[in-house]
Design a protein around this ligand. Structure first.
Ligand code: DX5
Ligand code: ZN
Length: 209
């Protein structure tokens, strides 16, 4: 299992130390919120760029914004490996194309109440599918087990259609819930509060893996 710590619950007054403490992970997950698509605001392109300059980890940017097309270019400045947009946001197809034009792998995400059918038309255009296992907006919420059905469907579709996207889950990951994710076929797990509330994060990452 690959691990992508989410900095949302990190101590931003001590970011350099926080980033060093998770250097043994596989990706760094950045949650971008516009206060409109979700009822919270996080940080913008300038902070993302600063973060990118303070880590060796490849960035995994998760755009929880209503109008993602406006934000592709500004967040491309931090050179992410993945840039993920929500199927519930506007201009999905055009935005996926724009992400590719920036030589970034595009991802598609869906909220817990959105059915898997909504993302099927985009599966051949993405390198990542991000299944939300909590309502997007805040760290520290409880894992929604019922979302694993979506993961299992995605594993089947990927095989049937010979596609090659990775499957990522986001929200409520801890040592218990990650076992069920593994059984369902998840490739990458985002971990926020569970890891950042730990003092020995290296050990935390190792046990999640
Ligand atoms: C929720 C974010 C998540 C969040 C995960 O909107 O997309 O990435 O930071 O945090 P935990 O692991 O605390 O649920
Ligand atoms: Zn996220």
């Amino acid at each position: 299992m690959k691990i992508a710590p989410s900095v949302l619950t990190a101590d931003f007054s001590n970011l350099k130390h926080e980033l060093q403490s998770i250097e043994t992970a596989d990706y760094l997950h950045l949650d971008i919120m516009d206060g409109h698509f979700v009822p919270n605001i996080s940080f913008g392109p300038a902070i993302a760029k600063t973060i990118s300059q303070s880590t060796h980890l490849p960035l995994d940017i998760h755009l929880m914004v209503t109008d993602p097309i406006r934000w592709v270019q500004p967040f491309a400045q931090s050179n992410p490996v993945f840039m993920t947009i929500h199927v519930e946001s506007s201009d999905v197809e055009k935005t996926l194309k724009l992400i590719h034009e920036h030589k970034i792998k595009a991802g598609i995400s869906l909220k817990p109440k959105t059915e898997i059918e909504a993302i099927i038309p985009y599966l051949d255009q993405v390198g990542l599918v991000l299944v939300m296992t909590v309502e997007p907006g805040f760290g520290g919420q409880g894992f929604m087990d019922s979302m694993l059905v979506k993961v299992e469907r995605l594993v089947q579709i990927r095989k049937q259609k010979n596609l090659d996207f990775q499957i990522e889950v986001d929200g409520g990951i801890n040592l218990e819930t990650i076992k069920r994710c593994k059984e369902s076929g998840v490739d990458i797990a985002v971990a926020g509060s569970y890891l950042f509330n730990m003092s020995d994060r290296k050990k935390g990452i190792e046990s999640l893996k």
